[in-house]
Each structure stands twice: as C-alpha cells, then as structure tokens.
Write a protein that binds this ligand. Sequence first.
Ligand SMILES: Cc1cc2nc3c(=O)[nH]c(=O)nc-3n(C[C@H](O)[C@H](O)[C@H](O)COP(=O)(O)OP(=O)(O)OC[C@H]3O[C@@H](n4cnc5c(N)ncnc54)[C@H](O)[C@@H]3O)c2cc1C
Length: 469
Amino acid sequence: MTQPIDIPVSKIEILKSELPKNCWTQDIDIIAPHLTEWRDKYFGKTPLMLTPRCTQDVSDAVKLCAEHRISIMPQGGNTGLVGGNTPMGEVLITLKHMTRIREINTTANSLIVEAGAVLQNVLDAADAENRKFPMTLSSQGSCTVGGVLSTNAGGNHVLKYGTTKELVFGVEAVLPNGDIFNGLTNLRKDNTGYDLNRLFLGAEGTLGIITAASLKLFPKPKYVQRALIGLDSVEAAISLLEDFRAGGRLAMFEVMPAIGYHAVIDGFDSIRDPFDTSYAWYLLCDWEVESEAEGMTLAENILGKAFEAKKVLDAVIAQNETQAADILSIREHMSAGQKFLGGSVKHDITVPIDKIPEFFRLADAKMQEVVPGCRPVGFGHFGDGNIHYNIAQPEGADKKEFLANWDALSQPIFDICDALGGSISAEHGIGTMKFDDLAQRASPTKYALLKAIKRAIDPERIMNPRVMV
Ligand SMILES: Cc1cc2nc3c(=O)[nH]c(=O)nc-3n(C[C@H](O)[C@H](O)[C@H](O)COP(=O)(O)OP(=O)(O)OC[C@H]3O[C@@H](n4cnc5c(N)ncnc54)[C@H](O)[C@@H]3O)c2cc1C
C-alpha cells in the first residue's frame, strides 16, 4: 500500500496565502472529527483542510494544488468504511459547505444538488415533491451526495432500483488540473461518446471532485408494506426470494442472523423484539404497492404460502407506520450493534444470490480454522447477493489480539468469493483497505485499464493517491 504523504510546509503556506481565508482552516478542533471514522479503525492527519463555498472555489484550490503537486483527499460525510476518507498527510477538502439544491424538475423527474448535501435532505426534498430518490442506507443522516456517488453506494433498495450508478443523470466535477467538467443534465438519451459521467461514479475521489449531481427521481410509492420474518436457515431465506418478488413490487430483502439481531435488541434500550421466540435468521422485506389494503392482502397471501411450504417459522406484518419504522430500526442498527460483541473484522462482499448458502457453509467453517470460537455475523442485502460478513471476536477474547487476525481472516473470505464468482467489494469500494487486494486479485487486463484511466485523467496522482489504484 502507498505510504503516508508528507507535504512541505512551504507548499501549505502557498495555499494559505493564495486562497480566500474562509476557504481553509488549520483549527485543530474543527479538523479533528474529520480525521477519525465512526468505527475508530483509522486515525488520520492533514496539514490543512480546505472548506470551499462553491464550485469555483474548488476549482481554484485544485488548480493551485495541481500547480504545486499537492495531494488532495475529498471528504463528504466521513461515513466511508474502507479508509478512503481518512487523510494520511493529504490536504483534506470538505464539501460540507456546498449543500444547495439547485433545481427540482418534476416533469423530467430530476433533482440537481450540490455534492455536500446530506442524503437525508435529498430524500426529504424529493418526498416533498411526491417523488422518491431510492437510495436509503443506515448512514443517510450523515453521508453526502458526493460520497454516495463516489462510492457507488448500494443500500436497501438496489433490488428494485439499482446502485447509485443507475440513479444519476450526470455530474459536475472538478478535474485534477482544476478544470470544471459540467455533465449536469436530465437527458435520458445522450449517445455522444464515452459516458464520462459514469467515470466519476465509484471512482472514490481518484479522478476528481464531484461538486454537484443531477439525480433521477421516481414516483413515490403509494404504500409500503413491511414484514419481519423468522426463519431457520439461510437456505430458507434464499428459497423465498422468487415468490416474494411479486411482480416487481419487492423493494427490500434484508437478512440478519440471530447473533446480530439479538446484539441490537439487547444493546439498545429503545429497540424492542416484536417476537416472543428467538429464530436463527430474520428476514426484513418491503413491498411497494398501490394501497394499504393491497399491501396487507399481498403480504398475507405470500406469507400464507410460505407458511404452508414450511419455509417460514413466524412473521410480523407491519400494521402501521410506527410498527414499520420500529422493525426497520433493528436492521438500521445492525452495524452499530456489533460493538456490543467486541472486536469485529468487517467484510462487504457479494456472490451470485444462489451461491449465498454455499458461501456461508465454506466461510463459517474456514473462520473456525483460523480463529476457533470466533462468531460470524453475516447480514445485509441478500436480495443483491451482498453479505456484510463480519467476524466478531470469541467471547471473552482480547479485542486487540483478535483484530491482529484481520488479514488472516479476510484472505480466505476473498478466496471463497473469487471461487464462487463473487466480488471482494460489493458496495463500500476499495479505499486504502483493499488497495493491495484489488492489485492482486483483479485480472491483469482490468487492472491495466484502471491504471490507464487514472493516468489519463490524473497523471500527477494529485487526487486521492493512496486510494483504489
Ligand atoms: C452505519 C453505516 C451504514 C452504512 N450502510 C451502507 C450501505 O447500506 N450501503 C453502502 O453502499 N454504504 C454504506 N455505508 C458506507 C457509507 O455510508 C457510504 O459509502 C457513503 O456513500 C459514503 O458517503 P460519505 O459522504 O460519508 O463519503 P466519505 O466517507 O466522506 O467518502 C467516501 C469516499 O468518497 C470520496 N468522496 C467523498 N466526497 C467526494 C466528492 N464530493 N467527490 C469525490 N470524491 C468524494 C472520499 O474521498 C472517499 O474515498 C454505511 C456506513 C455506515 C457508517
């Protein structure tokens, strides 16, 4: 992996003297929250934080950095999970002052917003126009549009609407030389060469800084029917997927194991278990329908058949919005709840959906060989083949000692993914965490193409030089 970056003080002084005073800070108290991330896995440093107010400010700052070969790391809400948002000596540029919604067009179903806007504010703005922006994730109250686009985030609705790449018309981005690329559009058809907008989606800030985006809006579903289901196995969950799709109305299919589910219920006073009995696995799903009555009938029919086929053990069909929010809250706290289990080695992998049971068989066995007594907590967006396969420390183990096994636990997981035709990163990206893994596991042709694109757009490696490629 690339080493921490050391920028000479003289270069930082140039930035400070050339840029407006409200566009940078060295105030330790302001910068500190930008140097750690929520799991306390990475601790960073930066000589300067840039705080632009508009796209031109970003462009001016990047031009100067390019001229003096100063490395930059863009940051949004700092909720990324692969180290790509924690600077190790780069100048940090935060988009947190660029939050304006520039335009909502309900005819074209588009919304143009600045990249620092928090995702929740975009969801609310779309909702106010009776539209849906179908990107929901547990971090939506903190993550930003720029971060979501740059990581090609997934979330809970990929099953129906696709990942972020499917939800964007175009972007405005400042290139590594400071030029502004304006791809803001709401055209659904534009066949004029390579899709340059898409280059920035999932680029993790390595090709430029996204300053604004034109997002796709969808009709707001009239009613969302939610259900929580108790199951005895992963196989049972996967066997339900086909029937549950219900003519394209299935919008969420999230699975949680008992260990993670009960860590949330036991750990957070505000969260209640709607079941009296414990089950080995839990499935949470949403159907988007035309009315409350349709939702209830659909859920009762689908679950009735599943009960008859002995595929489900128990189910709660949400009767109102409060109950729906309560059961969603269990899933939303799955990541945070794992803190109650001690140290945890995290994975965000994907395999073909039909291979999920095989993945668990192989991975659970392998993990016990590597660290006997460790506790796999595999949960997530199983409807997309995406498993957050986290490994909690053995009960009573020393956290630090356990976390020293990170690589020893991860490499066999990645081997299993490769063997099953999966991917070592489903939705969180490569960052610094999987920099070496991508280099070693991508095909030589793919890796050479990634490097060629990086070289073409950022020949001096100004943008996020320690990230991805
Ligand atoms: C509790 C929790 C739940 C999560 N659930 C999910 C989930 O379900 N699905 C999912 O996909 N992710 C999930 N994540 C990961 C994370 O929230 C997303 O990756 C999110 O999209 C990151 O947005 P951010 O604004 O916080 O970006 P940051 O963390 O600030 O940055 C992430 C990356 O994007 C780059 N970047 C940020 N802004 C820009 C910009 N304007 N231009 C160019 N590059 C930029 C950064 O340099 C970095 O490489 C979760 C995280 C947490 C903490």
